[in-house]
Design a protein around this ligand. Structure first.
Ligand SMILES: Cc1cc2nc3c(=O)[nH]c(=O)nc-3n(C[C@H](O)[C@H](O)[C@H](O)COP(=O)(O)O)c2cc1C
Length: 362
């Protein structure tokens, strides 16, 4: 598929505008509310001693959080990437840039993504679509990663979005092998992510078989990219398809439990898709995630009040995460991953239908 460069830049701008102005949130729930953490009336802990730090891509984060990939290839993205990288650095959380695809034909746009100066010691990740792995050799992807001094590379899977996009990919064959080659070339510094429709048990097994160490489940319940493309489309058939699939996807909470079941204690699981508070993050971590991520909420905070509001937003998430840790008697992240929890409602139905409501989940 060839696409001209003006089309890519225009699309990125349209995405930003639609995400900021339209109702692009999945109508269904993340089902994180079906994860109940038990209140510990006698925590015997001091907020001062709560240790929310964790390791990620060989570095230490002060909190198990990440601002996930957004934008690139549009002028406004440069300011935003710098600001959000700075916020991530300030709070000791990870930051990923948006798809670097545009750099292949517009090397001068590298500056949109080259934010290492704004997050000098923190975890910084690059980003590329799985489709691009069929067009470019893994060595070229490594150059993309090195060009921005990133610690690793995110590879996004977004079949639902592509199918509602006039210029999107239609052929999804060969992606797993291409990801496997990249994992080899980058010596495991690869994070495979969805973009809000969730990763499923079959895909978890395949990714586990080829040794992908980092998985962002990016489940349904937050930003819906089929909705975004529905607003963008001018073609009646694609508009209709976008409408029909507006709420397509697997709820975030189910993806987390499934990922942990399938990866055992091997993979690093990132929970994202509709995470809006530290309590969401705590529930996700208690259910099996290592890190919680968010995209659109950070973007909205930034658009609403620049770096200050974005920083406030992250601080509030960290504070409510630590509050949840105290209230569940968890002094550190490892303890939070082991706190008692009860699964109810629709999440329970999802787990039951996979026969996954054994002792482990109760
Ligand atoms: C404006 C915007 C741009 C995005 N661009 C990318 C991208 O380039 N690459 C990618 O992997 N994900 C991209 N995403 C998807 C997010 O990383 C995330 O997976 C998804 O939005 C769900 O998280 P949320 O509910 O917190 O927004 C983008 C999200 C937003 C809001």
């Amino acid at each position: 598929m060839t696409e001209n460069d003006a089309t890519i830049a225009r699309r990125k701008l349209e995405h930003l505008r639609i995400v900021a102005e339209e109702n692009v949130v999945h109508s269904g729930s993340t089902l994180l509310n079906d994860i109940h953490l038990l209140h510990r009336a006698l925590p015997e802990l001091d907020l001062e001693e709560i240790d929310s730090s964790t390791e990620f891509f060989g570095k230490r984060l002060r909190a198990p959080l990440m601002i996930t990939s957004m934008t690139g290839g549009a002028q406004i993205a440069r300011e935003m990437n710098r600001a959000l990288a700075q916020v991530a650095s300030q709070h000791g959380i990870a930051f990923a840039v948006g798809s670097q695809r545009v750099i292949f034909r517009h090397p001068e746009m590298e500056a949109d993504f080259a934010v290492r100066n704004w997050i000098p010691n923190g975890v910084l990740l690059g980003n590329i679509g799985a489709g691009e792995l069929l067009e470019y050799p893994p060595e070229r992807i490594r150059e993309l990663m090195n060009s921005i001094e990133a610690d690793g590379m995110c590879v996004h899977l977004n079949a639902a979005q592509e199918l509602v996009q006039a210029e999107g990919h239609r052929n999804f064959r060969g992606l797993l092998n291409a990801i496997a080659r990249l994992v080899d070339t980058l010596k495991g510094k690869v994070l495979v992510k969805e973009t809000g429709a969730g990763l499923d048990p079959h895909t978890f097994r395949k990714l586990s078989e080829i040794g992908v160490p980092y998985i962002d489940i990016s489940g349904a319940g937050g930003t819906s990219w089929t909705k975004v493309e529905m607003y963008r489309s001018t073609e009646a058939i694609l508009q209709e398809t976008g409408k029909v699939f507006a709420d397509w996807g697997i709820p975030t909470a189910f993806c987390i439990v499934a990922a942990r079941r399938i990866f055992g204690n091997k993979g690093c699981i990132i929970a994202s898709g509709g995470i809006t508070s530290g309590l969401d993050a705590a529930r996700a971590i208690a259910a099996g995630a290592d890190i919680a991520g968010f995209a659109r909420p950070a973007l909205l905070a930034y658009l609403n009040g620049g770096i200050e509001k974005a920083s406030e937003f992250v601080e509030a998430i960290i504070h409510s995460l630590k509050t949840a840790m105290i209230l569940t008697g968890a002094p550190d992240i490892k303890s939070l991953q082991a706190v008692p929890r009860v699964y109810t409602g629709e999440l329970r139905e999802w787990l039951l239908s996979f026969g996954w409501l054994g002792e482990k989940e109760l």
